[in-house]
Design a protein around this ligand. Structure first.
Ligand SMILES: Cc1cc2nc3c(=O)[nH]c(=O)nc-3n(C[C@H](O)[C@H](O)[C@H](O)COP(=O)(O)OP(=O)(O)OC[C@H]3O[C@@H](n4cnc5c(N)ncnc54)[C@H](O)[C@@H]3O)c2cc1C
Length: 388
């Protein structure tokens, strides 16, 4: 695997602090040296993630990297975004592992949990000694989570949960699941621990996409948890949606990493591949595609960087994140498809990473709000009319 060269056409590096550059470069090295040699084997084995890397990821501060305290790295939004970019340059499954652990499990505990819940779980999750998952989607409700069927009924100081969650990243390997359920007072979040009677998981097989990541179903049948396992400050759909905003922010950056990986690979390839007596890169049709890739990556970088500045200034609106997630994933997928095309037959084998990224990005386009749902969110924002 050739050394990775990133894109910096507009000298955006000059806008980064030393700490931000260092965070990016450290993760880039980890991905090149530790992750890339393993990924091919894990992709060939259905649904396996290189768990042996979890302690190292924790050591690098990659879990809950933008949270403060409890052993978290406390990075600013630029450094955090760059970390997500570098992880997804390796594989969307690698970034998903860190996104779920940080944005979808640690964030809700940090933002909505009791002191006891924070003390118990955050240091363990930050250190990678515990793994978590986020159970929102159900077999019958994905985009429109308000329809969720999973119920929690209060019995004194205990709750009884019933329902099924589907498409849950890391479900079967989690020590704790953040489960969202309907109650008489509206949606609430519960920490359901592995081994709780009535709580079972099963892995989902046969994925073409995100194969280097575990995806599971969660079954809850009369699962009893104490009131102390409810996230006390989470009330209504705002709870899970705020977590998704955090995760989507990371995806907006992560998609740039996947796009850069494909661009880097195909640029090298087309310079070396000889067609009709000259390099493929010397053809006008090829250059048009490469220039499109470079331009779209650069625009996506600008979007992500500005989003980070706004986030750190405390002025982030979820619709801004919708725009960045939607655009950056879309251009990454377009770039991956074009790059796959330029690689010819070589583009369909796993000696090249482009097709893996392309297939992964099909999931990234769907999860955390589909491409079209983010369009509808933005449409409502600018017209004041909901078309959902
Ligand atoms: C690999 C993977 C990992 C995942 N990990 C998690 C996880 O960890 N936790 C979790 O809770 N979920 C997870 N998800 C689920 C993911 O968030 C959902 O798949 C996503 O929200 C879309 O829901 P859906 O699949 O039910 O699609 P649907 O909601 O059924 O959408 C199907 C199609 O209809 C379109 N559509 C929906 N509503 C409208 C509308 N009003 N108007 C026009 N078009 C519309 C959509 O854009 C889409 O094209 C994961 C999914 C995958 C594939």
């Amino acid at each position: 695997m050739a050394n990775f060269s990133s894109v910096d056409f507009l000298h955006l590096d000059e806008l980064l602090s030393d700490e931000e550059r260092m965070a990016r470069d450290t993760v880039r090295e980890f991905v090149s040296n530790e992750f890339m040699p393993l990924i091919q084997e894990h992709i060939r084995r259905d649904g396996s993630f290189p768990m042996e890397l979890v302690p190292q990821m924790a050591e690098l501060g990659l879990f809950g990297a933008n949270l403060q305290g409890y052993g978290c790295a406390g990075m600013n939004s630029v450094a955090y975004g760059l970390v997500m970019q570098e992880l997804e340059r390796g594989d969307s499954g690698l970034r998903s592992f860190a996104s779920v652990q940080g944005s979808l499990v640690m964030y809700p505990i940090h933002a909505y949990g009791s002191d006891e819940q924070k003390q118990r779980w955050l240091p363990e999750l930050a250190a990678g000694r515990a793994v978590g998952c986020f159970g929102l989607t159900e077999p019958d409700f994905g985009s429109h989570v308000a329809g969720m069927i999973t119920k929690a009924v209060r019995h004194g100081d205990r709750w009884v949960l019933n329902g099924t969650k589907r498409w849950i990243t890391n479900g079967s390997i989690s020590d704790v699941a953040v489960v969202w359920a309907n109650t008489e007072e509206g949606v609430r979040g519960f920490l359901v621990e592995k081994g709780t009677p009535g709580f079972e998981t099963a892995d989902m097989k046969g994925k073409f996409s995100l194969r280097g990541s575990i995806t599971s179903e969660l079954y809850l049948q009369d699962v009893e948890v104490p009131e102390s396992n409810r996230l006390p400050k989470a009330s209504g759909l705002q709870g899970p949606l705020s977590c998704l905003t955090q995760a989507r922010y990371g995806i907006a950056w992560g998609a740039i990493g996947a796009a850069m990986a494909c661009y880097d690979e195909v640029l090298r390839y087309t310079k070396e591949r000889v067609v009709q007596g000259g390099p493929l890169a010397g053809k006008q049709l090829t250059q048009e595609k490469l220039v499109f890739m470079l331009t779209e990556i650069t625009k996506a970088q600008l979007l992500a960087l500005r989003l980070a500045q706004i986030k750190d200034a405390g002025k982030l609106h979820h619709t801004m994140v919708s725009m960045a997630k939607r655009n950056n994933v879309d251009i990454a997928l377009q770039i991956a498809r074009l790059a796959r095309d330029l690689l010819g037959a070589n583009g369909i084998v796993d000696d090249y990473q482009t097709m893996r990224h392309m297939l992964n990005l099909e999931t990234v386009r769907t999860y955390e709000g589909t491409h079209d749902v983010h369009m509808l969110i933005l449409g409502k924002e600018i017209t004041g009319i909901s078309a959902i």
